[in-house]
Design a protein around this ligand. Structure first.
Ligand code: NAD
Length: 377
């Protein structure tokens, strides 16, 4: 467990006490990138006079090998008592034919911890702009957006759903459904996140066609009244998909449902062009409402490069920065971690996956990238 004590001012002015972090390294490159996060955490500890204890637990294939379960009860019990969880990645060919899949551990922990809000920043760093899938013209004004996606409702979970025969033909159906509480709580997360950014939320729906979209828009408008210091606009999802390509710089926070968020968050990721740089957070409430947060890189376990010191650890390290900011209330420390990553990149140092963007020294291995980042804190 992490015990967080010391004289750092938090967002609400109090000192952090008894904050607990669980590390779930998982499979493939998961343990390698998580180890770099621990180095960075130690550097944060030293700089700010904090005291961190971490507890490591099993998840995914590693947990299947040890216990037969992708999410052992012991892991879940520790996570339930934690303030934040940092996950590496799960999965790999070793378990492809296993009756229990590692990925089931991930789905289970999201469900058990009620992580209904998924936050994915998409930031084009000037140093890595050459990696963007877009024309330089589209990213030169600076792309820095956050996709807030509802994660536990919508057409993926709505009932009835199934396949059957009707009048001699096979039919399949799903139900798109949201209740107002589900929309309100994810809207709160988006407005809250906007407050620590540029204050602008663009809510994305399909209210010109769908009943669900009309309720979504109404409830988002109602929730916005509690956040008068933020600006709210609405956009249809088809237009949003187009605007992300034409002018991604216009977005600050994009708020949307599960289905649209699934697609738009991947599109936003392609705008940055570097899977190894993308962090994420899954929350069970707005930061001011408390609750646990699960932080993880967007990428998977990358079995093709696992164990070769080739992984880019920055997505995991930037996930740690999100944890410091959103769950641990340590914005200064979060800024320091993000600046440390930028400092490494500014020196022209690149991991293999980002080398196309102006590498000036020998390619960085995962370990060295972690060492340099920790040293820059
Ligand atoms: P992947 O993200 O693991 O890898 C896709 C490609 O990107 C690979 O070529 C890989 O080498 C590269 N890559 C990914 N992360 C990188 C990093 N940090 N640095 C450098 N290169 C990186 O996706 P995949 O190959 O489709 O899936 C591999 C396994 O991961 C599967 O078992 C899948 O189910 C699992 N997976 C897990 C998660 C998760 O744990 N959240 C997410 C996606 C996939």
């Amino acid at each position: 467990m992490l015990r967080c004590t010391g004289a750092v001012q938090t967002t609400n002015g109090a000192y952090p006490v008894n904050k607990r972090i669980v590390l779930l390294p998982g499979d493939g490159i998961g343990p390698e990138v998580t180890a770099q996060c621990v180095k960075v955490l130690r550097a944060v500890e030293k700089k700010y006079g904090l005291s961190f204890d971490t507890e490591e637990c099993l998840i995914g294939g590693a947990a299947i090998d040890a216990t037969g379960e992708p999410l052992p009860e012991a892991t879940l019990a520790v996570c339930r008592k934690a303030d934040a969880v940092l996950l590496g990645a799960v999965g790999g060919p070793k378990w492809d034919k296993s009756p229990r899949r590692p990925e089931a551990g991930l789905l289970a922990i999201r469900k058990e911890l009620n992580l209904f809000a998924n936050l994915r920043p998409a930031l084009v760093l000037p140093e890595l702009a050459a990696l963007s899938a877009l024309h330089p013209r589209a990213v030169e004004q600076g792309v820095d957006m956050l996709v807030v996606r509802e994660l536990t409702g919508d057409v993926y979970f709505g009932q009835p759903a199934g396949e059957e025969r009707r009048e001699g033909r096979r039919v399949a159906f799903n139900t798109m459904i949201y209740n107002e509480d589900e929309v309100r709580r994810i809207a709160r997360v988006a407005f809250s996140a906007a407050r620590s950014r540029r204050g602008r939320v663009c809510s994305v729906d399909k209210s010109n066609v769908l009943h669900v979209g009309r309720l979504w828009r109404t409830v988002v408008d109602e929730t916005h009244r509690d956040y008068p210091d933020t600006e709210l606009t609405h956009m249809y999802v088809d237009n949003c998909a187009m605007q992300l390509v034409i002018n991604p710089a216009q977005f600050d926070v994009i708020l949307t449902g599960n289905l649209f968020g699934d697609i738009l968050s991947d599109e936003a990721a392609a705008v940055t062009g570097s899977l190894g740089m993308l962090p994420s957070a899954s929350l069970s409430g707005a930061p001011e409402d408390g609750g646990v947060g699960l932080y993880e890189p967007v990428h998977g376990s990358a079995p093709d490069i696992a164990g070769q010191d080739k992984a880019n650890p920055f997505a995991a390290v930037l996930s740690l920065a999100m944890m410091l900011r959103l769950t641990l209330g340590l914005p200064e420390a979060a800024d320091a971690v993000e600046k440390a990553v930028r400092a490494v990149l500014r020196d022209g140092r690149r991991t293999a996956d980002t080398a196309a963007a102006g590498c000036k020294g020998p390619i960085l291995g995962c370990n060295e990238a972690g060492d340099l980042t920790a040293a820059s804190i």
